[in-house]
Design a protein. Sequence first.
Length: 808
Amino acid sequence: MYDLKLIPIHQEKGQPIAAQVGFIAVGAPRRAARSRAEDQLILSLAVSGDAHYAAELQEVWLEKLADTFFKTGGSVTSALRSLIETLNLTLMERNLKAAQTGAAVSGAINLAAVHRRAVYIAQTGLIHTYALTQTGLAHFYDSSLMDRGLGYSRTPAIRYYQAELGAGAYLFTTADAPAPTWTEARLCKDGFPSLEQLRRRLLDQSSPNLRLDLAQVVPGEGEISILHQPVSTPESHKQPAPLIADQEIVDIPEMSTADESLVESAVIDETHPLLTHEGVPPVELPEEGLPLSAPPSGQISEDDEPSISVEATETAVTPPIVADHPSAEIEAEAQARLESVQPAVTEKSYPERKALQEQVGAIRDEGLKGLAGFFKWWGSAREKLANFFNKLLARSGLADETGQPGLPMRTQLSIVIVVPLVVVAIAMSIFLVRGRTLQYLSYLDQAEILAASAEVAEDPLQAREDYAQALQFLEQAESLRSTDEVTQLRANTQRILDILDGAQRLSYHPAIIGSLHEEINITRIISFGWDLYMLDAQGGQVIHATRGSKGYEIDTDFVCRAGGFSGGMVDMLVDMAPLPINNPYQAHVLAADALGNVVFCGPGQDPVVQTLPRGEGALGAVTRIASDGNTLYVLDPSVEAVRVYWSTNGQFLDEPKLLFGGAGVSEKPALSQVVDLAVNGAEIYLLREDGKLAHCVTTGLPDKPVSCENPVEFVDSRLGKENQPVVMPDSRFVSVLYSAPPDPAVNILDADHADIFRFSLRFRLDQRMRSDFGGYEVKSPVATAFTIGVDRIAFVAFGHQVFWAYIE
């Protein structure tokens, strides 16, 4: 558990100002989802554009997003993604409504979820986030600078990151241009900085117009506080005034949330008027408990009239209103806006939607009538009960001469307080049950309408869009009430989407009996028959597990780690590769450290260490190794080298050769950008950090020893997408694997979605294997390793968690 201290920094023309919006932190409420019970969420929102949005409205957005986050179970990544998608739809609807006036607005948001001892970050838009920990400074942002942000596209480009918090950290976010002095060397000068030192260094040589959201994360009890920036006139913005020592610390209370049965709308709607200081039209705030229509699919032309479905409610909570407008004008203007809004339906679905609205209205009226009847009945029943108890008390001698109950004043006062509370609780329970039923029926009907529209659509892209929206409504309906009907519809819709995408869904299950320590980070997996080997990059060791009837059981006697063994010393292990079964040490894997030492490891045997010959050129730091039979490939990106070793009697004693030793500059890939490699005989696959793949073939010719295609062009071969270029903007490739016959393929792991892309040896996309974890909780948002065994079992790791699935 960590304490959070928020330091909002905002200055204009070098002068600090008090106004600060779009930056909050929230702790888990009492009724949070089980997987969110100990989480904390930091939200930073930057809104820009022609339209003006009140600070109160932005705060409402962030509070509702935080409320939704703590009600959402499952992985942290999926919860963060749903928040960004919800806010994106909200801004997009506002832009559609303001399309004729040209008052468009865009947004950039950074969400940081503190989960156990790590922070999980999701962001979209041109926004920069830094994580300063005891291990260094990490900078998270869109390096392409092409992200348009929120409000322009139905599918926002979301980036995910992760950082370990350890003994404490600083997180700071800005949508402005970062200062050139925000480097690890400058910020950590003379050691890890204090809060005041960091604040001064961040403002040093920064822009005179700057908004910076700074958060200090320290071990504690989960408390959240704000340290306000002093509003004074410093001599220069380059010499910021220190934080006031005795400044007031404002505790942020836990957000009070309703019961988890209350599910908010997928889009933050507008129903409450709010006037801004500039006198712009009232901005309407959302009302909970009413279903919203899905935004229209497809492109919106300039002539299209933007619309949104709005329903009036019985109860409204009105935010503070600026007093320069009479209340009558406010009500008239709000009523005029409500009457001018039309439902967003197409001609094709109008009858169905109209019938749905009539059905919802009838059910609501019936519910209100039933509620009124209940109160009428209760009034009559209470009067009869009062007469009954008065007579009973009079007979028992507990009433006075006037016939009034002679109960003690404390007892009478308790009855006066408790009875109305019980009545209200019963009434609210009835009303909430009806509200949940309304939402459930609305989501289910809209999903069925979209599915029916997709079935008759001639355009496959339009059909896929309709099915995707139908799936969203079904998931919302299932969150309210899990029925066989919704479960079956959701499974059928998901199956159709997989068919349209040419995808196979793998059903993953936990592989390890029990659980590994949370500090473990699996970055390489090798399946060797009934044995499973996992490289723990955090501990620099190899973990061995054997398959049993209930899963894989950890071999506690297995030793393959840093230390002194037969043959010499080995440091922290950075990678491993499988060995031929006939090696003299009877080892299963060969692991390497960054210094060029390798260790032969096998179950029931002591490790054997060997130092690899250095050969020509400088020796940097080994990051990856790969093997093919008796040949070992060692990647040393710091010196732009791949060294090739040939074994003699199972040992690597001969001097290595440089793979690109005789290649020209134009023929050699930038090895400093390579994050992984795989080998298939004379073919080498080099995966770059930008997700692109380089394919090199050794020719054996002296004038051109290596021929490379860098990068390769992926071509689609899935049904309906034949010979089209493969475009995967939402994927982040981190690992490559060659799988041998009878099903040879080049497999690449998408870390953000845990999907495995299978390409032919000519780089045609044959299959996309999507991950499905069912009810199992995935604690890390990023997949860190994968492999596919000869028995067609796929393994994927998320930090210390390992899952398996059978490929049909």
